[in-house]
Design a protein around this ligand. Sequence first.
Ligand code: HEM
Length: 404
Amino acid sequence: MNGSRPPENMPPQAPSAQREGIAGWVDRRLPVISGFRKEYIDFPMPRNLNGLWNFGAILCAVLVIMLASGIFLAMNYTPTTAGAFASVEMIERQLPGGWMLRAIHVTGASLFMAALYIHLFRGLYYGSYKQPREILWLSGLGLLLLTMVTAFAGYVLPWGQMSYWGADVAGKAVGAVPLIGPTLEHVMEGSDQLGDIFIHRFFVLHFLLAFTIVAIVVLHVAALHVPGPNNPTGRPVPARETVPFHPYYTTKDLTGIVLFALVFVALAFLWPGLLSEPANYRPANPMHTPADIEPEWYFLPFYGMLQSVPSKFGGLVASAGAVLILFAVPWLDRSPIRSARFRPACRIGLAGLVVAFVLMGLVGRHHAAGGWMTVGRLATLYYFGYFLVLLPLCARREMRGPAA
Ligand code: HEM
């Protein structure tokens, strides 16, 4: 699509020089108003975008809610081993509206990750990572990594049993890196045992990364505005098939946000226990290892991989590699056809990828024991096989056919 030329059905843009009053004065010096008009209100959007294109806006809305609730939580949280659990209890039981702040923040973290997975899968399905959107894709993956680290750091903060033992498992996994592992583990934990330095470090990291995510989102959206959005067909959209962002996509995005908010509210206020781990409502006890140490649901597929590979370091390489391989996707898939809508083999392969991802999550849940170990290994093999073998092979075959 042509991102720079406005379609015929849009009103002509008012040049900043013609604006009156203070707005005109400011805009002639710093074109924020005309820039906003050009990049949002009048921005030409393909008119065939489906509901999966709502998730970027949903992610932005949840991000704002996470920052707002997080700031108020941070004002009442104590980052020490002695005070962390008690301060979270105080927020839940004594701080006016504190229970609500916490329910929003905890549910928001889970739903942010869920929306992120859907958003990422949309990109994989419609080939939105392909030229000229590679930087958009890479910045998205930067956001995924930052969000994962932020979510993990946040989970440590209440200093419950799962916070402590989850951090212990992560520390040991980092420690398994040959040569530099023990140093890395020491840098991460701050001392020989998980204590005040560790909590303090993770509190700062959690706070800092949350704002770094906002900065990268700005770059991500700026990278989207250069080529404009992809669309379900993957083909360039002529100007006559575009509509201005406002009012068409403001109303569509708002509808998506409201529907998502209904799920959010139901989970936060009607089923608050559904997404949280009961063991984390017990204070951390370094003398008592829980029977089941498992991360939040959104890390389970990676945890399943970590356990399925026989060596500790091999497991770490596999689970980190599962995210890192996504960075290479624009170069692994050289097919001229973008959307999986016109790529039957790729569509079946992608369905298999979703099944493998879910299976790996189940393996994580069942601790890769017995038959689950075999399932975990097969799913891990398929996951990497899809990106390293299936996708390049499909692309090679399609390169010989006509472009779509
Ligand atoms: C903090 C997390 C993120 C936020 C707030 C965010 C926000 C957005 C927004 C607002 C859009 C435009 C609307 C839409 O297409 O849905 C977008 C598009 C896009 N995002 Fe993200 N994003 C995030 C993470 C990611 C991740 C993890 C990826 C995957 C690598 C990604 C890849 C993309 C791509 C490829 C597009 C263009 C889609 C297309 O036009 O087909 N984003 N993002």
